[in-house]
Design a protein around this ligand. Structure first.
Ligand code: G3P
Length: 214
């Protein structure tokens, strides 16, 4: 399973990249707004750090403007993946992008049938938002399971990119289901490595090592 970091914060991206486990980056307008920097500058900085897919979201909601934005974003760097909302105009833009060799990440997916439409439109990635479904008492990971089932049944090439990940259990479930990608905040990546028995065991080994003559 590929690990993407879900942030536009350059320091967090550098930190995650230093672990040697980072395969790509996802951003959204909220995450970019938090940086206080210009959109293009943020994207260029990220592209200079990570050699992998970097999702950058369009902000238009009509096909023509979205298409122009998609072309503009894709021209910034070959690693840019154009993030497009799961609305009808967006699906039209996804189809256009797939016919023009522009990678897409279809975002704000909250149902398996929406994901089916994205795959039919030729999306490179589908982003089911699991945490936000959990927030309203629907099982986010059950949506992912059904998307994988549908994509497998028809051999769709669209990659399942689990998004809105809030904790390590989402990552565990995504990996067990065979999701292609999990995008997560730096805090979740850091939580994955933690185990109290590792810390306890290491403390004991280090203590005992002091007793061994070198
Ligand atoms: O990038 C989209 C997604 O991962 C957002 O997550 O936590 O705002 O629901 P969240």
């Amino acid at each position: 399973m590929k690990f993407f970091i879900d942030t536009a914060d350059i320091n967090e991206i550098k930190e995650a990249a230093s672990y040697g486990l980072l395969d790509g980056v996802t951003t959204n307008p909220t995450l970019v707004a938090r940086t206080g920097k210009k959109f293009r500058q943020v994207l260029e900085e990220i592209c200079a750090i990570v050699d992998g897919p970097i999702s950058a979201e369009v902000t238009a909601v009509d096909y023509e403007t979205m298409r122009r934005e998609a072309e503009e974003l894709a021209s910034i760097h070959p690693n840019i993946v154009v993030k497009i909302p799961l609305i009808l105009e967006g699906l039209k833009c996804v189809r256009w992008c797939s016919e023009h060799d522009i990678d897409t990440n279809v975002t704000l997916c909250f149902s398996p049938t929406q994901a089916l439409l994205a795959a039919k439109a030729g999306a490179t990635y589908i982003s089911p938002f699991v945490g936000r479904l959990d927030d309203i008492a629907h099982e986010g990971m059950e949506m992912v399971r059904q998307i994988i089932e549908i994509y497998d049944a028809y051999d769709y090439e669209t990659e399942v990119l689990v998004a809105s990940v809030r904790h390590p259990l989402h990552v565990l479930d995504a990996a067990r289901m065979g999701a292609d990608v999990c995008t997560m905040p730096l805090s979740v990546i850091a939580q994955l490595v933690k185990h109290p028995l590792t810390d306890l065991g290491l403390a004991r080994f280090l203590e005992d090592a002091k007793k061994v003559p070198r």
